[in-house]
Design a protein around this ligand. Structure first.
Ligand code: NAG
Ligand code: NAG
Ligand code: NAG
Ligand code: NAG
Ligand code: NAG
Ligand code: NAG
Ligand code: NAG
Length: 464
């Protein structure tokens, strides 16, 4: 009886399925190459893939949190399977989702089909089809934090369009000027947008997809957006965010080309009493992007750059760099070698970073800085920074000692560049032991192995 029932029912069920598949075939949506379709509870729940050599099918869920029930997606590149699903079949593959994103890449000589199962009615999602890399991706890059004030933040996109460094060679060993010329920016930069929202909004629990995260309108205002070449890793979008709330933890994502999501970073804004100003975009100190003990710049500018910094600050720095370079090149750079590892160009680069870190005191906020940070109550101007306007009390984040020792190591002995020693007085003027380990009895003690982290903590000023 039982057996007979099964046998008599199975063909009927199959017939129904087949009919459904056939009638559905007329109304199935066809995915087009290099496009994205937006869907919610599609009926029929199948999408046709055109024939193609290698194609990437990608999925992004646009609603829900990472622990709500999610649909399952199946793809087949086999012309004998009309309705791929959890029932399996020849060449049926599940597109496994991780935090709302998944993709499958393969050959489709006879086209294919994407099937959706268990789609909750209110769940919207995207399907993308591309000929090379998947349209939807979580990319292994992150935004970069410059620094914050109580209401502002300087943020950078991941780098793109890396620069070839052509070090000079003998006999024309010409080092970059103190104020180097900046190459022209790329004409078609990667389209990065930034999403900044209080961490308490719970972005980490959302699907980690551009369509889901973009529903979080960025908190604050992008007051300025520009391109900056910080270092040879490439150009970056630089965003100046304003209108943020003091002492608040924020989460930052960048979205690349509308659909690719970076890993999040975090930062905390300073206390409302923090009174330093942000500086960035200095051609002679390209890696500097932090708060310095200067009052608000004259309106309409809201941060400092090379156009509005006091020359009392910049002139001595540029003069030092020029003089240093002149003295350095009395050595027959490129013909004679003072080290098997480093060259005059390395020496100039290291000196520039050290000089910039030393010349631009970095402000910290004792309320929000990590407890182990190299903080020093300071007054401007001081011996290191005679060029700062007088009468400001601030908490200084001391330069990392490694910024000094890197210069010592990269430069020829005859220059007489020396750094204080950890076992004597280095900790009075430097953050000691944050990067290099094995230093006993000092702050940091090498325990972090780094001068900053992805949570906005900074232990010493590396000049980066
Ligand atoms: C379908 O994809 C699988 C896995 O990549 C591959 O082994 C198979 O050859 C493909 N089928 C066709 C018809 O190309
Ligand atoms: C992603 O980045 C992390 C840290 O930067 C690295 O350890 C890891 O190998 C990277 N993964 C891939 C797939 O590139
Ligand atoms: C020497 O190198 C500099 C910078 O690379 C370049 O501008 C200059 O034209 C070169 N001079 C000669 C004589 O090749
Ligand atoms: C900011 O939020 C992240 C994620 O919840 C957390 O790991 C980090 O410790 C927070 N930072 C601060 C300063 O509260
Ligand atoms: C850049 O991306 C944004 C949103 O992701 C989009 O609105 C804009 O049209 C894109 N611009 C270009 C030039 O692709
Ligand atoms: C925005 O950035 C550009 C380029 O760095 C600069 O010229 C301009 O003055 C900035 N605007 C404000 C309001 O800071
Ligand atoms: C650089 O050298 C010039 C000429 O020798 C000198 O007048 C100037 O003071 C030097 N600059 C610095 C910052 O030492």
């Amino acid at each position: 009886m039982f057996l007979t029932d099964r046998i008599s029912m199975l063909p009927a069920a199959l017939l129904l399925l087949l009919n459904a598949a056939l009638s559905a075939a007329q109304t199935r949506q066809t995915l087009a190459l290099n496009t994205v379709v937006n869907e919610a509870a599609p009926n029929p729940p199948f999408f046709t893939i055109p024939t193609g050599n290698v194609l990437a099918v990608s999925i992004a869920l646009c609603t829900g949190t990472t622990d709500t029930p999610v649909p399952r997606f199946f793809v087949t590149n086999d012309s004998s399977t009309a309705s791929p699903g959890s029932g399996g079949g020849d060449n049926v593959f599940e597109i496994v989702l991780d935090h709302g994103t998944g993709s499958w890449t393969g050959t489709f000589p006879a086209g294919g089909v994407v099937g959706v199962e268990n789609a909750p009615p209110q769940m919207s999602f995207q399907i993308g089809l591309s000929s090379d890399i998947p349209i939807h991706q979580v990319v292994n890059t992150s935004a970069l934090l410059g620094d914050t004030t109580a209401s502002q933040a300087l943020l950078f996109s991941p780098p793109f369009s890396p620069q070839e460094v052509q070090d000079p060679s003998y006999p024309n060993y010409t080092l970059p000027n103190a104020i180097p010329s900046i190459p022209t920016p790329p004409s078609n930069p990667i389209n990065y947008t930034v999403i900044v929202a209080p961490t308490s909004n719970g972005l980490l629990a959302m699907q980690q997809t551009a369509c889901a995260l973009s529903t979080q309108k960025s908190t604050g205002v992008v007051a300025n957006e520009s391109l900056w070449l910080r270092d040879n890793s490439g150009w970056r979008k630089e965003w100046l965010m304003t209108g943020l709330t003091a002492k608040t933890n924020y989460t930052v994502y960048t979205i690349q080309d509308t659909y690719k999501v970076s890993k999040p970073i975090f930062f905390t804004t300073k206390s409302s009493t923090f009174s330093c100003s942000l500086v960035s975009q200095l051609p002679y100190c390209p890696t500097i992007a932090y708060a310095v003990p200067l009052p608000q710049p004259p309106s309409p500018q809201i941060t400092y750059d090379s156009t509005n910094l006091p020359t009392s600050l910049t002139a001595p720095l540029i003069s030092s760099l020029t003089n240093f370079t002149t003295t350095l090149t009395t050595f027959a750079c490129g013909r004679d070698f003072y080290s098997p590892l480093v060259t005059c160009a390395d020496c100039q680069r290291a000196y520039r970073i050290w000089l910039c870190a030393i010349s631009f005191s970095r402000c910290a906020d004792p309320d929000t800085a990590p407890s182990a940070a190299a903080l020093l109550p300071s007054q401007s101007p001081n011996a290191r920074n005679p060029g700062f306007p007088s009468g400001r009390s601030f908490t200084q984040l001391l330069p990392c000692l490694e910024t000094c020792t890197a210069t010592d190591r990269a430069c020829p002995n005859f220059l007489g560049f020396r750094c204080p020693l950890p076992r004597f007085n280095a900790a009075q003027s430097y953050g000691v032991g944050y990067l290099d380990s094995g230093v006993d009895g000092v702050q940091g003690g090498g325990s972090t192995g780094s001068w900053s982290d992805g949570f906005g903590n900074v232990w010493c000023n590396s000049g980066w």
